[in-house]
Design a protein around this ligand. Structure first.
Ligand code: NDP
Ligand code: 2IT
Length: 445
């Protein structure tokens, strides 16, 4: 049996039933073959066995009271996966589907993503099965305070720096930061995605979406094309989806869809700036459902459907994991879709990835295409450390440069390892080399 299959066997045995985690590990390890064949040093130091095991994993009870005075109990987690390149860094997800498996897949992906950003960040992820949907601000605050009362022991500006993810945006980061400060009596850059007047970075809210579009631009450039006039589908309607649409509009593309867990809106006329402002207000202020868009603008609503049946040139999955199945991938390809840039983490299932690669379309995997969010978190940490704030242009230029560099690195690494155009292989090998070499340098820890 090959070394890779042996390690995958151990991962399966040690993490029973953790399908998402196993999926993410399988995808990364199975693309490392050509690298391992050329480098015995990784096998000698058993880097594969070590890199698939989180350095530390916390699970804790989060008890809080709702507005009716009832006691509620949720489960909180923080996975500190790998610190070879810097303090653990990665978001917090609040969603009823959160489990150890989901957070371990996200933390594992984060290790390689953060490595690609060119900045010094290790990988981690955390969250809770708490569902912010339908909760009052006061309930969200009490939950966040209870969650942070345990989490604060495990994090710190030079130890582990959480941020947002699904269900965690500016409101939640504010409540979490307030409680951290109260417990530790320290005002530090322990979280990113902070408010602009108390240590946040300009462009951090925009960064993941903008970054995914910059990455798509870089992929298109290799074929002498750009985004102007391209028909684009976007899934999700949250942070990543909104700023993906904003940047696509800036670059002259036509966006025809958004979605949430209830269904998809299909706007044949295209989502313009005014309609996007409506979505931002609907989702970020009123916290309503995307189907209201269809009523407001006489667009189609496809209940229970994702956007992948809509004909498009480019697709930007920006909702959640495994939202593009093998069948969806086939539909996209058959309809002429030539670009997929993943704003979400692992949105395409393994059969879907295989189909995109076999069809030779421009496919940007999440750990490369959505790295702009965490990269800009790294820029927020840099500004906090200097006690300075850069301008919007400065941060956006750096984000743009980082996305261009990530694409170049993935593209060239794929060529070097005999998989030209395969950015899955490029991202996994390039991300792995930096982490693995740092682990070699730092000894058996
Ligand atoms: P938000 O909470 O702002 O938005 C999430 C959106 O996705 C909502 O429209 C939500 O719909 C939809 N969604 C979530 N879960 C499901 C589900 N199980 N089925 C269908 N729709 C779903 O999160 P973000 O925009 O921040 O995150 C979106 C994706 O991007 C995630 O995969 C995240 O890991 C990834 N990402 C985020 C980064 C960031 O900086 N925020 C950075 C890099 C990646 P509904 O409201 O109905 O639940
Ligand atoms: O998946 C991700 O990269 C994020 N949710 C952002 C993490 C961060 O630390 O900014």
């Amino acid at each position: 049996m090959s070394e890779i299959q042996e390690v995958l066997g151990v991962v399966k045995r040690r993490n029973p039933g953790e399908t998402e985690f196993l999926q993410a590990v399988t995808e990364v390890l199975e693309s490392l073959g050509p690298l391992l064949a050329r480098n015995k040093k990784y096998k000698d130091a058993r880097i594969l066995d070590r890199i698939v095991e989180p350095e530390r994993q916390m699970q804790f009870r989060v008890a809080w009271t709702d507005d009716q005075g009832n006691i509620q109990v949720n489960r909180g987690y923080r996975i500190q996966f790998n610190s070879a390149l810097g303090p653990y860094k990665g978001g917090l997800r609040f969603h009823p589907t959160v489990s150890a498996s989901v957070l371990k897949f996200l933390a594992f992906e984060q290790v390689f993503k953060n490595s690609l950003t060119t900045l010094m960040m290790g990988g981690g992820k955390g969250g809770s099965d708490f569902d912010p949907k339908g909760k009052s601000d006061a309930e969200v605050m009490r939950f966040c305070q209870s969650f942070m009362t345990e989490l604060h022991r495990h994090i710190g500006a030079n130890t582990d720096v959480p941020a947002g993810d699904i269900g965690v945006g500016g409101r939640e980061i504010g409540f979490l930061f307030g409680q951290y400060k109260r417990l530790t009596r320290e005002f530090t850059g322990v979280l990113t995605g902070k408010g602009l007047n108390w240590g946040g970075s300009l462009i951090r809210p925009e960064a993941t979406g903008y970054g995914a579009v910059y990455f798509a631009q870089e992929m298109l450039k290799t074929r002498g094309q750009n985004l102007e006039g391209k028909i684009c589908t976007v899934s999700g309607a949250g942070n990543v989806a909104q700023y993906t649409v904003e940047k696509l509009l800036d670059l002259g593309a036509k966006v025809v869809s958004l979605s949430d867990s209830e269904g998809t809106i299909y706007d044949k006329n295209g989502i313009d700036r005014e309609k996007l402002d409506y979505v931002m207000d609907l989702k970020n202020v009123r916290r309503g459902r995307i189907k209201l868009y269809a009523e407001e603008y006489k667009a189609e609503f496809l209940p229970g459907k994702n956007p992948w049946g809509i004909k498009c040139d480019c697709a930007f999955p920006s909702a959640t994991q495994n939202e593009i199945s093998g069948k969806d991938a086939k539909t996209l390809i058959d309809n002429g879709c030539a670009v997929v840039a993943e704003g979400a983490n692992m949105p395409t299932d393994p059969e879907g990835v295989e189909r995109f690669l076999a069809a030779g379309i421009l496919y940007g995997p999440g750990k490369a295409a959505n790295a702009g969010g965490v990269a800009t978190s790294g820029l927020e940490m840099a500004q906090n450390a200097m006690r300075l704030a850069w301008t919007r242009e400065e941060v956006d230029n750096r984000l743009h440069m980082i996305m261009t560099e990530i694409h170049r690195n993935c593209f060239e690494t794929a060529e070097e390892y005999n998989a030209p155009g395969n950015l899955v292989v490029g991202a996994n090998i390039a991300g792995f080399i930096k982490v693995a070499d740092a682990m070699l340098d730092q000894g058996l820890v």
